[in-house]
Design a protein around this ligand. Structure first.
Ligand SMILES: C[S@@+](CC[C@H](N)C(=O)[O-])C[C@H]1O[C@@H](n2cnc3c(N)ncnc32)[C@H](O)[C@@H]1O
Length: 216
């Protein structure tokens, strides 16, 4: 369990380097291994506040790129091109509004997390629902060949969620990056190279993920 009053190595390092949160080191570790971001890319960051991922993504895509963050709460960082923020709930996201900033995106990331209750099954369920919302955004806004990274609290439905992603991406990896507390239930799922569309990939049409929601 996070203990915000106890300074840890990653929190101190984030502060020293001017990042809004220790979460940056998880994204950095994944980017260094998989090469997610490139200069000039357009990236959508779901659950972006307080803003360390946006800061990192902005530094990677540069002035010719774009990093659009969405969150219930405003970021606590200095905004300005290439960083943009849209307030709101990802479950009722306005795709048309996002498309006014960019028609589609090279990478969609989600670090969204529910307010935890301490009731493990409930927290897992809420995290799964957020991951599914993020996946809906990726299906809508991620361009073919693009990458999708999503946080999820590991639980009984995680495998089914990962299997759903396998219909849409060439490769799907489960990740527990450096910077993620070993005791935390969080893990990340990375979908590499989105397939062009239903029926165009190597696998058959994916199941309707609303069924997945009802089952769990
Ligand atoms: C762990 S924090 C993200 C940290 C961020 N990656 C960073 O580097 O600063 C999780 C965020 O998810 C957001 N969140 C949770 N549910 C959401 C929802 N339904 N829509 C939008 N944002 C949501 C929370 O407000 C919170 O800011």
């Amino acid at each position: 369990m996070p203990r915000p009053w106890v300074p840890d190595h990653h929190r101190l390092a984030a502060k020293a380097q001017g990042f809004a949160s220790r979460a940056v080191f998880k994204l950095k570790a994944i980017d260094e291994k998989y090469g997610l971001f490139k200069p000039g890319q357009r990236v959508l960051d779901l659950g972006c506040s307080p803003g360390s991922w946006l800061q990192y993504i902005g530094s990677r895509v540069g002035q010719k790129g774009l990093a659009v963050g969405v969150d219930l709460n405003p970021p606590e960082i200095e905004m300005g091109h290439p960083l943009y923020f849209l307030p709101g709930d990802v479950s009722s996201i306005d795709f048309d509004l996002i498309r006014t900033l960019s028609r589609d995106f090279d990478v969609v990331v989600s670090d969204m997390a529910p307010k935890t209750t301490g009731i493990r099954q409930l927290d897992q369920q809420r995290s799964l629902e957020l991951a599914q919302e993020a996946f809906n955004c990726a299906r809508e806004l991620l361009k073919p060949g693009g990458h999708f990274l999503v946080k999820i609290f590991a639980g009984p439905e995680t495998e089914a969620f990962i299997n759903t992603l396998r219909f849409s991406f060439d490769q799907v990896q489960r990740l527990k990056p450096a910077g993620s507390r070993p005791a935390s239930p969080e893990m990340y799922v990375l979908g590499l190279k989105k397939r062009a569309g239903p029926g165009q990939g190597k696998r058959r049409r994916p199941p309707d993920i609303t069924n997945l929601k009802e089952k769990s």
